[in-house]
Write a protein that binds this ligand. Structure first.
Ligand code: LMR
Length: 339
């Protein structure tokens, strides 16, 4: 198993966190619970991912009569993006649901296909890839690093924010934009003349507040629940890219479950992911409505011509990054979407 390229201070911090976490279940698991699933994520509980994770907990505990307990650690309360994959591989948590953009960094660049700008016109398009043969193949590949890929679910389309409207490609010139750790997303901003700054999600709000970055991109549910509106005067409804998640488990944990328990967890997860997919759209609409009501951030829509110019401006990303994702895979995805 290859280690992540963490700086030594980060490694020390992670070592402490892991030590604490490894000690925790011994003292806190209820006498009647035989299995503990620690499930960490980085977003707020009132987001599509937060709500789906809570539903998963409720279903597992109910269907196992409390024999299996799920502890959710939301909002990067225990691990942030940089730590959580390592924590999973070391067995300090059993399950995660990182965004698909975060798998490239740990050796699965093919997942960055989901970050290609303007690839998907609709959530139905996304599902044709994630829920079809390509998505299944990608999940199997996670086995290369001791992970078990259990399924996908949506957040939704990303929107751009900054302290100015982002309507034309030239509006991005010189901006420092916070990005997830995806080379495709970094390239998307570079071709627009902006400077991508890769930061964990949990640090984004502070980076906006202190001027470390000027802008960012995320579905409105993430933007609103982090109250990024307090530091961004303008949100452009660009729908230029997608954020979804893969649920992954530690393989040793997964194999340690009895067949019956594995079935309980699998069926609860299927139902929780269906639930997550059903509410994702409305959660984003609700967040947008709340943002409108708050009146803190101006909301812009792109005209068809502006959208076409933005789409055209980011096309070089496809040629630049096809080699990283896999040219054959990119072509297969494009042919699946536009036969
Ligand atoms: C981000 O880092 O912007 C998102 O991936 C956070 C999330 O998990 O939705």
């Amino acid at each position: 198993m290859t280690g992540l390229p963490l700086a030594s201070a980060a490694r020390r911090r992670l070592a402490w966190l892991l030590l604490l976490a490894l000690l925790a279940p011994v003292t806190i698991v209820h006498a009647e619970a035989r299995v503990l699933i620690r499930f960490s994520h980085v977003v707020a509980e009132e987001t599509p991912k937060g709500l789906a994770a809570n539903r998963f907990k409720a279903l597992v505990e109910q269907r196992s009569d409390g024999r299996i307990r799920v502890d959710i650690y939301p909002g990067a309360s225990r691990y942030n993006d940089n730590d959580e994959m390592e924590a999973l591989r070391l067995g300090a948590v059993e399950m995660l649901a990182p965004s698909l953009s975060k798998f490239g960094r740990i050796g699965f660049p093919e997942f960055e296909l989901f970050d290609l700008p303007f690839l998907f016109d609709s959530i139905e398009d996304v599902r044709r890839i994630s829920q079809g043969p390509i998505g299944r193949r990608l999940l199997v590949q996670l086995g290369r690093q001791g992970l078990v890929g259990l399924g996908y679910f949506d957040n939704g389309f990303k929107q751009m924010s900054a302290n100015r409207p982002l309507l034309e490609p030239t509006d991005f010139l010189g901006l420092r934009m916070r990005v997830q750790s995806s080379r495709v997303i970094a390239a998307q901003f570079r071709v627009l003349g902006a400077r991508p700054v890769s930061l964990p999600f949990s640090e984004t709000r502070r980076a906006l507040a202190t001027g470390v970055v000027d802008g960012t991109e995320n579905p409105v549910s993430n933007f609103w629940t982090q109250r990024m509106d307090q530091y961004q005067t303008d949100l452009t409804l660009s729908r230029h890219g997608y954020i979804g998640y893969a649920v992954v488990a530690n393989r040793r944990f997964w194999q340690s479950l009895s067949d019956a328990d594995r079935e309980v967890v699998s069926s609860a997860l299927r139902d929780a992911l269906d639930f997550g997919n059903r509410i994702a759209g409305t959660q984003n609409e609700k967040a947008l409505e709340e943002l409108r009501q708050a009146g803190t951030t101006r909301i812009h829509t792109l005209s068809p011509a502006q959208r076409a110019r933005l789409r055209q401006a980011v096309q070089p990303v496809y040629d630049e990054l096809a080699g990283r994702i896999g040219a054959a895979l990119v072509q297969e995805v494009q042919e699946t979407l536009r036969p």
